[in-house]
Design a protein around this ligand. Structure first.
Ligand SMILES: [Fe+2]
Ligand SMILES: [Fe+2]
Length: 313
């Protein structure tokens, strides 16, 4: 069949909300876009374990430690579902790891910021996982079947992450003057980077139109960012804290909060590798990969041995 017809039929399926499955025909650009997006997403989950892993040994109580460990383990699981989803598009896991370790692939810039105090565990859960959910709920309906199905479970777990973060901040916000100050400071540091998680403004996001036509993406960066700001501007009142934006104000006419300018220079600098922890994060991943070599070798040797026994039998 001619490519034109194949492309037309592909788009008809998308328009009719029929999921695209691994063995279906798809345009090369659709496949490439998805491999890029899903692998970046997987890398973000894995690198995202590092800033919080930093606090597991210093959690203030056994209960907090158990919660934080469960959350960090969830993120590892998210990475694994997503690597599996990307593999169905014809890229191997080794290739994806290689792209991460050589700096060819990106991951969410938010994880290049340091976690300075315990309150950062709360701010990350509330704001970073909160922004992730905003981005990810529409992805449960994304057009590629394996990605959409992975997102359903991920979103359920993310919503637990957000709640535990909010609750951590709530406890601090009702504590001593020092704890209150710690809570406010963490919100101040994580607020702007979490707004950047939605990506550049729509006008500077050239791939958005095609991704929306293919229904990989359902809402634009600016739409999602606005929804997130509207939600947080209300939730922060429950904490009795403030968001670090003097321009944040309810706009009756728009029925949304207005907000101040985002420092996109900072975003692009961190993206280029110049954030506070870029080097540290990549070094940690490479070290983990190198130190895990004996485990991979042993697993491989064991598999070969078992296969040999099976053949003899
Ligand atoms: Fe996650
Ligand atoms: Fe999460």
């Amino acid at each position: 069949m001619a490519v034109v017809n194949l492309e037309e039929r592909f788009q008809e399926k998308i328009d009719a909300e029929v999921k695209i499955e691994p063995k279906d025909w798809m345009p090369d650009a659709y496949r490439k876009t998805l491999i890029r997006q899903i692998s970046q997403h997987a890398h973000s989950e894995i690198v995202g374990m590092l800033p919080e892993g930093n606090w597991i040994t210093r959690a203030p109580s056994l209960k907090r430690k158990a919660i934080l460990m469960a959350k960090v383990q969830d993120e590892a699981g998210h990475g694994l579902y997503l690597y599996s989803a990307a593999e169905t598009l014809g890229i191997s896991r080794d290739e994806m790891y290689d792209q991460l370790h050589t700096g060819k692939a990106k991951y969410s810039s938010i994880f290049n910021y340091p976690t300075l105090t315990w309150a950062d565990m709360g701010a990350i859960g509330w704001l970073v996982d909160g922004a992730a959910i905003m981005n990810q709920v529409p992805l449960c309906r994304t057009s590629y079947g394996p990605y959409a199905r992975a997102m359903v479970r991920i979103c359920k777990e993310e919503s637990f992450h957000q709640r535990q973060g909010f609750e951590t901040l709530l406890v601090l916000s009702r504590g001593s003057a020092e704890q209150k100050a710690m809570c406010q400071d963490a919100i101040n540091r994580w607020w702007w980077p979490s707004l950047m998680m939605f990506g550049p403004p729509d006008a500077e996001s050239p791939n958005t139109i095609q991704s929306m036509k293919w229904k990989i993406k359902r809402l634009s960066n600016d739409e999602l960012r606005q929804k997130f700001i509207d939600m947080c501007a209300e939730q922060v009142k429950v904490l009795g804290m403030t968001l670090p934006d003097p321009d944040l104000k309810w706009n009756e006419e728009r029925q949304h909060y207005d907000f101040g300018p985002i420092n996109w220079n900072e975003f692009y600098e961190v993206l280029k590798g110049n954030g506070p922890c870029n080097k540290q994060r990549l070094d940690a991943r490479r070290k983990a990969w190198d130190e895990g070599k004996w485990v991979r070798d042993a697993a491989e040797a064991f598999a070969q041995k078992r296969e040999a026994v099976r053949k003899v039998a």
